[in-house]
Design a protein around this ligand. Structure first.
Ligand code: GLV
Length: 383
């Protein structure tokens, strides 16, 4: 029962029981040794908060803005591939939950439901994430489709032109739709509710690609697809080209180094997301939360800085905001909610995070998220 989920870890346990192993593992994986994947969470735990007492804690506010858009809390649903394989019609359900909660939803290029599907089933403009492929005609078309769907921002991912190896995906033979080997059939047979819900939708493959891109070979496999289609020559000139072609708000995702952050300011983008892709790309890179302060310092107030990777609680969100993140993106937490209980599970995830964020802010003696800064951090020597 979703009401029994008190933490994101509870939702993760529930999702593990409901989602076929290959898709649960896909969401949960990091690259290679998973050093960076683990550091993302572990480094949050090293940051301490200052407990303050005898301050008025009434009338608290979590509402703020991300890239000029009002949000009910500084949280956005990150673009995640295969989202519609955690639960049938997953992207639509997550977008609807985000809309109701007053936070942005960003659709991945590698989503199962298409841009048009999500637009037809939501009222508020969502954001769209772009992977740049070799076929620039396809990319232009994708941007035009995002414009036609009224997407309010484009998130350009910079750190996945070559796929980091995730061992579990290779061992599981991940694909969408799943293959029909005995191993895969067994994984599905042990998750009957998932299968039943999947049988009721037609959305089983990459909705933004199938029927739109020509010369795409083995679409079902992420590894072969990125190798074949993603453009490893992606450069700052392409950022300028995309910015010009899109013409709207642009967010650059995957910045982990202050030099790249300074370069991003010159690109004229509206925001950057400090990210190591949830530890799924460069294993051995530092955690996003450890990278955040240096990047905030490099950028100053010339650009909005957001972050993702490793966020599992409202306390984590508050710590990121204190260190200068104007927006905090969540991927796995909402996917666990989705896997655990569809739209209601995503709502539960957002409720958990909101409640944790609100109470934690109050116990730090603050009433307004817009006033949070490093003052709430306990800078204990040696930590
Ligand atoms: C895609 O974004 C992935 O990390 O698998």
């Amino acid at each position: 029962m979703l009401e029994n989920a008190l933490t994101i870890a509870d939702l993760k346990r529930m999702a593990r029981r409901r989602v076929p192993k290959m898709f649960f593992d896909y969401a949960d994986s990091g690259a290679w040794t998973e050093q960076t994947y683990n550091a993302n969470e572990a480094d949050f735990a090293k940051i301490l908060l200052r407990q303050r007492v005898l301050v008025d804690m009434t009338n608290r506010n979590l509402a703020t803005e991300m890239i000029g858009e009002p949000v009910s809390m500084p949280v956005a649903l990150a673009p995640t591939g295969f989202c519609g394989m955690q639960h049938a019609d997953g992207e639509i359900l997550a977008a609807q939950a985000a809309e109701a909660a007053g936070v942005p939803f960003c659709l991945s290029t590698m989503s199962i439901c298409s841009i048009e599907d999500v637009a037809a089933n939501t009222k508020k403009p969502f954001w769209f994430q772009l992977y740049v492929m070799r076929d620039r005609g396809f990319i232009e078309n994708l941007i035009d489709r995002a414009k036609a769907a009224n997407c309010a921002a484009l998130v350009m991912t910079l750190d996945l032109q070559i796929l980091g190896q995730r061992h579990k995906d290779l061992r599981n033979g991940l694909s969408a739709p799943p293959k029909w080997t005995p191993k895969h059939a067994w994984q599905l047979a042990t998750r009957p509710l998932w299968c039943l819900q999947m049988a009721r939708t037609k959305r089983h493959s990459f909705g933004n690609i199938v029927g739109h891109a020509s010369n795409v070979g083995d679409l079902s496999s992420l590894a072969s697809w990125t190798k074949e289609q993603f453009d490893p020559r992606l450069s700052w000139d392409d950022v300028a080209w995309i910015k010009e072609k899109w013409g709207g708000k642009l967010i650059l995702k995957g910045i982990l180094d202050p030099d790249d952050a300074r370069r991003s300011v010159d690109s004229g983008a509206d925001a950057i997301i400090v990210s190591n892709h949830g530890g799924r790309q460069l294993d051995g890179a530092r955690s996003s939360i450890a990278a955040l302060p240096g990047i905030v310092e490099a950028v100053g107030d010339r650009m909005e800085v957001h972050m993702d990777s490793g966020v599992r609680s409202g306390q984590d969100i508050l710590k990121a905001v204190a260190l200068g993140a104007k927006g905090v993106w969540i991927g796995r937490p909402f996917l666990y909610g989705l896997g655990a209980g569809g739209k209601a599970g995503v709502t539960r995830c957002l409720d958990i995070l909101r409640n944790e964020l609100d109470i934690t802010m109050a116990l730090c003696g603050k009433r307004d998220i817009r006033e949070i800064d490093t003052d709430i951090l306990d800078r204990q020597p040696g930590l």
